[in-house]
Write a protein that binds this ligand. Structure first.
Ligand SMILES: *Cc1c(COP(=O)(O)O)cnc(C)c1O
Length: 395
């Protein structure tokens, strides 16, 4: 098919040409005296992205899922009690992993479309007088339902009952696109990956660990080896790795960080909110459809999960868009399969791309018999973009 495939899944995201070019490099010796400069520059840049002075960024040759496992096995002892909430496929998978790794996993169930149930976390932590719960897990952005949660509020709830558990945050589809503050929010492990807001191919797990988490990792008895924080931190201090890192990914990461910092993180967050605003205008004002996210306070600025009307199949919209219009949208996963389709609006995106996404979603829905008003989504998104600014005030 002529032209590029339009990629609007919420990861992997579009890789900017600048990053692609930076990755086309000859291989080099990762033990050479010249090598550490590259790694150390990446770590310094990542500290700005995580908004941390005291945390330690760590890169694993994995996807985000590997960093989930690293967080659990490095900081906890076998059988430790873990508190997690489930309100979508990703929070489900992390809870499931925790149980499968043998941790005593207490799952708070919330409706898919709602955010993290902060008050329930608070009550359970308050009742845990003996501090048996060692880690609290939360997905900052549940990619399956397009729901963002307030990590600062969760930290406040933990502090209000003076609970000493570690706080682990999945920011895979939020970091570098929705504000994340490692130090200010007292996050102990932030889990992320390369192929979402960081605009890289998949294949690099990007995580950041607090001093408290590293201290726990010094004594934690859960078995791990390849994903051991201690081995990593020891080698990384000199700019090296305990095993061979992906050289092109490091060059790509350095370039992606440079692009994010040139734009300015606050502008990056603003742009994501702005682009999301246009897509939401198309969904609600144009098509008169609903998001899976049940309340505006939970609307995600990186992905919109759009409910198709009763009696229609979201999977057919996705198939039609792919087969006929060379465009990829995100599927409904697990419990919400068929009920929705998702438009990813994170990473290297702009208005033109979003208007294309909306236009193609619209024609694909019409092809599937979904009665949306032709042109209504594009008109609503266009109006939104025309009346809002893509950058913060003074630029
Ligand atoms: C994509 C994603 C993951 C999984 O990451 P992989 O890189 O596919 O392992 C985990 N959590 C969330 C919220 C995600 O969006």
């Amino acid at each position: 098919m002529a032209g590029r495939n339009f990629l609007f899944v919420p990861g992997p995201t579009n890789v900017p040409d600048r990053v692609l070019r930076a990755m086309v490099v000859a291989q080099e010796d990762h033990r050479s005296p010249k090598f550490p400069a590259l790694a150390l520059e990446c770590f310094a840049g990542l500290k700005k992205i995580f908004k941390t002075e005291t945390g330690t960024p760590i890169l694993f040759p994995s996807s985000g899922t590997g960093c989930w496992e690293a967080a659990l096995t490095n900081c906890l002892n076998p059988g430790d009690k873990v508190l997690v909430s489930r309100f979508g496929q990703f929070s489900h998978l992390w809870a499931d992993m925790s149980a499968r790794l043998g941790f005593d996993t207490h799952v708070i169930e919330a409706e898919w479309g709602e955010g993290a149930p902060i008050e329930q976390y608070r009550q359970i932590l308050e009742a845990d007088k003996e501090h048996k719960i060692k880690a609290v897990l939360v997905a900052q952005n549940e990619t399956a339902t397009g729901v963002s949660s307030d990590v600062a509020e969760l930290r406040k709830a933990m502090d209000s009952v003076k609970h000493p558990a570690l706080l682990f945050v999945d920011s895979v589809s939020a970091l570098a696109s929705i504000d994340f503050r490692m130090d200010e929010w007292g996050v102990d492990v932030c889990v992320s990956g390369s192929q979402k807001g960081l605009m890289l191919p998949a294949g690099m797990g990007v995580t950041c660990v607090s001093q408290k988490a590293l201290a726990a990792a010094e004594h934690a008895k859960s078995p791990r080896c390849y994903f051991d924080y201690n081995d990593m931190v020891k080698s990384n201090a000199g700019g090296y790795f305990p095993y061979t890192p992906s050289i092109p990914m490091l060059y790509g990461l350095r370039e992606a960080i440079a692009m994010l910092l040139e734009e300015g993180l606050e502008n990056v967050f603003h742009r994501h909110a702005y682009l999301a605003g246009g897509v939401r205008a198309a969904v609600m004002d144009g098509w008169k459809l609903k998001l899976c996210a049940k309340d505006p306070k939970w609307y995600s600025d990186t992905v919109s999960a759009i409910l198709v009307p009763e009696g229609f199949d979201g999977a057919k919209v996705i198939s039609r868009a792919y087969a006929r219009y060379n465009t990829s949208f995100g599927a409904g996963l697990s419990k919400v399969a068929g009920k929705l389709f998702r438009i990813g609006h994170l990473g290297d995106s702009n208005e033109g791309m979003m208007l294309a996404a909306v236009a193609i979603a619209e024609v694909a829905m019409l092809d599937c018999g979904i009665p949306v008003q032709p042109g209504s989504g594009v008109a609503a998104a266009g109006n939104y973009y025309r009346s809002n600014s893509p950058t913060l005030g003074t630029a």
